[in-house]
Design a protein around this ligand. Sequence first.
Ligand code: PGA
Length: 251
Amino acid sequence: MRKNIVAGNWKMNTTLQEGIALAKELNEALANVTPNCDVVVCTPFTHLTSVVNTVDTKKIGVGAENCADKAAGAYTGEVSASMVASTGAKYVIIGHSERRAYYHETNDILKEKTLLALANGLTPIFCIGEVLEEREAGKHFDVVKKQVEESLFGLSSEDFGKLILAYEPVWAIGTGKTASAEQAEEIHAFIRKTIADKYGKEVAENISILYGGSCKPSNAKELFAKENVDGGLIGGAALDAASFMGIITAF
Ligand code: PGA
């Protein structure tokens, strides 16, 4: 059966010292709690090793927010999937809308990143989602279908089954505007059906599809109650241990 997952995405926030303090606080908050979901924190590259060493990694998985689309070599400033894995991190966010929009990451580039992440034993948290104009034009189903098809449908069903997907409507990220639970459920069900058509019902039923975009303690319960919403990818609310805990305990 598919897992419930709450994953934090710290983005470009916190100094190393602040990040360690946040990880410590979260670790302490979870020490005597058995959450009904897997917990993951995705941090800047510079923080990975320290966060891995700060938390109980049996309780809190650690991930990167990105990795390179090349394996190694003369790519100044890039960080490879094998480097991420060598820190002890187990996850990597791929295709976040901010990477797509600001750093021009295409479906083809994201396909390479996904292959490298998998080859290095990392679990990709692969993000898809439409911008406001696409939603208003009723194109959101086509947009997410194309993102999944072009980046992921070349994978074997075994590899596809290792992914976590995150549906994040771009208009809801950091805006305070959340998709309603019904909007989330509608598109999550569509994504699962798209996967079932390609890989069969079993693969589709077993994959976790997270919702992201202004998810917070006050709306997490309603979102997570939906059949096809298996957790959240959390930005702003993951920067505060108490509010992140409020989302984790929504399960
Ligand atoms: P947000 O970000 O929770 O701050 O809207 C979510 C994300 O971008 O992953």
